[in-house]
Design a protein around this ligand. Sequence first.
Ligand code: 5GP
Ligand code: ZN
Length: 114
Amino acid sequence: MSECVFCKIANGEISSKKVFEDDNFFAIKDIHPISEGHALVISKKHFETILDFPISMGPELISTIKEVSLKVMKEVGATGFNIVQNNFPDSGQLVPHLHFHIIPRKKDDGVKLN
Ligand code: 5GP
Ligand code: ZN
């Protein structure tokens, strides 16, 4: 997947500040945040959508999402968060490499999810 931006970030071809990293996942801040602290949990391996993702990696994924969510919520003083995950262009998926948006929320913050 030589042209995939998240593969390039995963393999270091594009430098990034990772807020989390283990063997199979990493997390970075979204370049266009829709709330303060908006982060992306990204699989290191290229899967296009969640349909390609092995069920066996599910527990590690949930654990990673929980860890990153708690970290960014604490960092920005959020009192809630949304998890958003788009599959295929017609859902709004812009980067065809599996990722989960962690969107920290605060009361009456006016954030609109689309
Ligand atoms: P999607 O619509 O595919 O679910 O969302 C892709 C997200 O990736 C968008 O929110 C976009 O701002 C973010 N993004 C795209 N390219 C980059 C990049 O090079 N660096 C970072 N940090 N975020 C990116
Ligand atoms: Zn990729």
